[in-house]
Design a protein around this ligand. Structure first.
Ligand code: SF4
Ligand code: SF4
Length: 333
């Protein structure tokens, strides 16, 4: 069954980058150290910031991110803190190297998902994007996590470098006993923005021709598959998550964004000061969310407009959806 997943308007989602350091150098890495800092957040600060969001909403979800979050030696303590604060779900995103013996220091009762990143069905394609040896390391990491009883998801960031292998990844997902599969669309920020000439964004034709079918095929294996809608017809309604959802993208220098497309710019609407969330001066991302343009997402038009197309009368041929609007496939019995 396919459904469009509306933004969760009742839950608070905390995307918590606890450091920006990473052992890999992926070609499309979205981390921008000039904007996000190079520091590793002390555990006291992590705990204090977790408290802020737990107090805001009884239904809060946290995703620990980096860089590579398992490089943070105090990640297990942060996880336990989130649990004790009553977070509804706790996820760790990882490139699979699983540093500091993390699997032995956290429990499947506390972690909802270890979410692994792989960008190809073969080591050739994945390692060309993510670095030599990263395919095998990720596969080994998934196997170890499954063996220890953790639920796992896999994130595949689709670009022109790897869309040709999306359809081939189904058997691997099944063999690895992956529970959920997330297809992501490449964002033109961080390194992808620096190498804009490489044209990593997938065309609308290729996206629509390949992604929904591949998602359906994988869902038939009993895996829940989620992918961004990306393209809307001119008739379909457009909604900006920045106005209706409660998402926070937190970086170790204290910046807090509501929209991930803004992360290459000092447009964050919030900032941590003395461990309290403060509003930033205008103009910030909040002022842009309210702009109503025929192309749909305003940040897309500002920062990565190469995916837009116009008719002879200069009207857009379609709209770009909010990057957080998802389609979900799951098998029904
Ligand atoms: S694993 Fe993530 S943080 Fe590390 S280089 Fe790759 S994309 Fe960047
Ligand atoms: S991606 Fe676009 S639509 Fe979504 S929150 Fe950002 S500005 Fe709004």
């Amino acid at each position: 069954m396919k459904k469009t997943v509306a933004f969760s308007k009742n839950a608070t989602n905390v995307f918590f980058h606890i450091l920006t350091r990473c052992n890999l150098k992926c070609r499309h890495c979205y981390i921008n150290k000039k904007q996000h800092g190079k520091n590793m957040l002390p555990i006291k600060t992590i705990n204090a910031w977790l408290e802020v969001f737990a107090a805001k909403n009884k239904q809060a979800n946290v995703i620990f991110l980096g860089g590579e979050p398992t490089l943070h030696p105090d990640l297990p303590e942060a996880v336990n803190k989130a649990k004790s604060l009553g977070y509804s779900s706790i996820t760790i995103d990882t490139n699979g190297y699983l540093f500091h013996d993390i699997l032995s220091k956290v429990s499947p009762d506390v972690i909802d998902y270890f979410s692994f990143s792989l960008d190809g069905a073969t080591s050739k394609t994945n390692d060309m994007i993510r670095g030599k040896g990263s395919f095998d390391a990720c596969i080994q990491g998934i196997k170890k996590a499954v063996l220890k009883g953790f639920s796992t998801s896999l994130i595949y960031t689709v670009s022109t470098m790897n869309i040709h292998e999306l359809d081939n990844i189904a058997p691997l997902l099944k063999d690895l006993k992956i529970d959920r599969f997330f297809i992501q669309v490449i964002g033109i920020r961080g390194k992808s923005a620096e190498s804009r000439q490489d044209k990593l964004q997938v065309s609308r034709n290729d996206w629509l021709k390949i992604v929904p079918d591949a998602a359906q095929k994988i869902a038939r294996l009993g895996i829940v598959v989620t992918y961004p809608k990306v393209f809307l017809s001119l008739e379909e309604p457009f909604e900006c998550a920045g106005l209706v959802a409660d998402n926070y993208f937190i970086f170790p220098n204290g910046r807090v964004y509501r929209c991930p497309l803004c992360e290459d710019y000092p447009l964050h609407s919030l900032v941590f000061k003395d461990n309290l969330l403060a509003k930033t001066p205008r103009i910030n991302e909040n002022d842009l969310f309210t702009l109503n343009i025929p192309e749909g997402c305003v940040m897309n038009k500002l920062f990565q407009p190469e995916n837009l197309s116009y008719a002879a009368n200069e009207r857009p041929k379609y709209k770009i959806a909010c990057c957080m609007l998802k389609e979900e496939f799951r098998m029904t019995l």
